[in-house]
Design a protein around this ligand. Structure first.
Ligand code: CDP
Length: 570
């Protein structure tokens, strides 16, 4: 297809974000790039891996076009660092924490090196002996995972990720670790562990004990001995109570994740990256990127032909990233090159559904999302197999153990939050619905600046129901529901995260997970402020039963500071 030479129009938000954090700067700190030159820098650096192949020049152009037009955007570290001296291009890392002083402080050092380059780290503290367990060398007692986690937190606070990105961590503890109750309650105090998301790794045995109303065993990691038993339901209720209070801890279904481990011969999953979408083995890293589904609706239909072309290029792109990546430490380089995992995700799912006129929370919405995700996964898998035929499968691939076809990448898909790249692309983030349709900003002198979702404005004007008065009313009520001027169909299509029923959020996560997501999904199950603990419990149980690999719930208004507000009055 001929390259589209139309100039890409960026929103003011995109320009601000890019100028502040993505464009390269001169010595005075002024940006020396534009969106166009940034895209050339990134495309050239990644296409250079194939510069000697007959297809080399085409790749350069394909990569440039798909990024420039925002059909696909790689994760932030790639946009920031490709073609620069830093050259670290991955967003996620999992580092092991061994049960020794040396092991713990090695992990802190390695994490610091990762954060410096813009990556986020996941740690499992499950191998650490519990608080008060004995320490042979000093004849003393151990401090336990939580006191060490505080040191990781303090180190992150000090580094602040090279100025571009604050360090982000995931901290995981298995539900059968003796210190689990301390871990569950650790973030009750909202001033502690602010550089961490905490998630409890929930096992199948624990869920069975919850179902049966029995006790389950706590196992001391250093001795592998059962030290105590707890009532599973009591522990579950505590997790639910705290998640109801302020959204933490999250849960990770660790056995579900390990059943889908494509290289069990190398080890088990213990943790994910900070936002939970990527399960990785110790020392693995993964580079991510997202297909912008907002760009693939033509005349009310999904343009699958163009989607296929872009997914093929994006798969080739993410695979090449591995070959020109500068890894922070040799252990990460070694593991990553063994499995060559990539994480292709989506953003703008809600934009796509809006353009199709399909409500996000409907059965049709889930079917459409599942169909698109499955298509992306199948195309990526076929492309990965094709690349394997030329460049070889990922080195750890072992046909005797791994029963799937030889391919270049041990993992292909995961759905990321796309916190910043979706701002650049001006679409709904990841697989989330829009958070608001009309927002009001109180500006100087009491003026109200009304910001209307671009799709809603287009449709409202085309169908003749746009008025400043209506927009103001929608902003004040925080929802399109119940305004008689808005046709019923559009009230359904423009339901936001808060208007969509929790069970429909979970059903969407399940539909995506079961239709082509290899790794996991970063998604929030939004609950109204009035939701009960029973509803939170139901969310967890349903998520587990649907085969989700983790779940994050958030009850509106339950945190002191909420990042996104329906009514932004700043
Ligand atoms: O949109 P962007 O590429 O900036 O990132 P994202 O999709 O919001 O987050 C993807 C992953 O990047 C997260 O799961 C983390 O592993 C990592 N991340 C991080 O380390 N620090 C941040 N401040 C944000 C994201």
């Amino acid at each position: 297809m001929a390259p589209d030479l139309t100039k890409q129009v960026l929103t003011n938000t995109a320009e601000t974000v890019l100028a502040r954090r993505y464009y390269m700067k001169d010595a005075e700190g002024n940006p020396v790039e534009t969106w166009e030159t940034l895209c050339h820098r990134v495309a050239n650096a990644i296409a250079d891996v194939d510069k000697d192949s007959p297809n080399g020049e085409n790749l350069r152009e394909d990569f440039f076009n798909m990024i420039y037009r925002m059909d696909f955007l790689p994760n932030s570290p790639c946009l920031m660092n490709a073609g620069t001296d830093l050259g670290q291009l991955s967003a996620c890392f999992v580092l092991p924490v061994e049960d020794s002083m040396d092991g713990i402080f090695t992990a802190i050092r390695n994490g610091a090196l990762v954060h410096k380059t813009g990556g986020g780290t996941g740690y499992s503290f499950s191998r650490l002996r519990s608080k008060n367990a004995s320490v042979r060398s000093t004849q003393g007692v151990a401090s336990g995972p939580l006191s060490f986690a505080a040191v990781f937190d303090a180190a992150t606070e000090t580094i602040k990720q090279g100025g571009k990105r604050r360090g982000a961590n995931m901290g995981v503890l298995r539900v059968d670790h003796p210190d689990i109750m301390d871990f569950i309650t650790a973030k009750q105090d909202q001033n502690r562990f602010n550089n961490f998301n905490f998630s409890v790794a929930i096992t199948d045995a624990f869920m069975k004990a919850v179902e049966d109303g029995t006790e389950y065993d706590l196992i001391e990691p250093s001795s592998k001995q059962v030290v105590r038993s707890l009532e599973a339901r009591e522990v579950f209720e505590k997790i639910i109570d705290l998640a109801w209070h302020n959204g933490e801890p999250g849960v990770l279904f660790i056995d579900t994740a390990n059943k889908a481990n494509m290289t069990p011969q190398l080890g088990e999953f213990e943790a994910t990256n900070p936002c939970g979408e990527q399960w990785l083995l110790p020392y693995e890293s993964c580079n991510l990127g997202s297909i912008n589904l907002a760009n693939f609706v033509e005349k009310g239909k999904i343009d699958y032909d163009r989607l296929k072309t872009i997914v093929e290029s994006a798969t080739a792109f993410l695979d090449n990233v591995i070959d020109c990546n500068r890894f922070p430490i040799p252990e990460i380089e070694k593991m990553t090159l063994q499995t060559r995992k990539i994480g292709m995700g989506i953003m703008g799912l809600h934009d796509m559904l809006i353009q199709l006129g399909v409500p996000y929370g409907s059965e049709e919405g889930r079917e459409t999302a599942g169909e698109v995700m499955r298509f992306i996964r199948d195309v990526a898998a076929a492309q990965s197999e094709k690349v394997a035929a030329v460049k070889g499968p990922f080195p750890a691939y072992d046909a005797k153990v791994n029963t799937y076809p030889a391919r270049r990448n041990a993992a292909l898909t995961s759905i990321q939050p796309t916190g910043t790249v979706s701002m650049i692309a001006d679409c709904a983030s990841g697989c989330e619905p829009y958070f608001s349709i009309v927002m009001v900003k109180n500006v100087m002198d009491g003026d109200r600046l009304i910001m209307v979702n671009k799709h809603f404005e287009r449709i409202a004007r085309a169908e003749g129901f746009y008025s400043d008065e209506l927009m103001s009313k929608v902003a004040d009520s925080g929802t399109v529901i119940g305004h008689k001027e808005i046709p019923a169909k559009w009230q359904e299509v423009f339901r936001t995260a808060q208007d969509i029923r929790p069970e429909d959020h979970i059903a969407m996560q399940g539909a995506l997970q079961n239709n082509g997501v290899d790794s996991s999904i970063s998604k929030t199950i939004n609950l109204p402020n009035s939701a009960s603990r029973e509803e939170v419990k139901l969310s967890y149980i349903t998520g587990y039963q649907l085969g989700c690999k983790g779940l994050t719930v958030y009850r509106d208004g339950s945190r002191d500071s909420q990042v996104l507000n329906t009514k932004d009055t700043s």
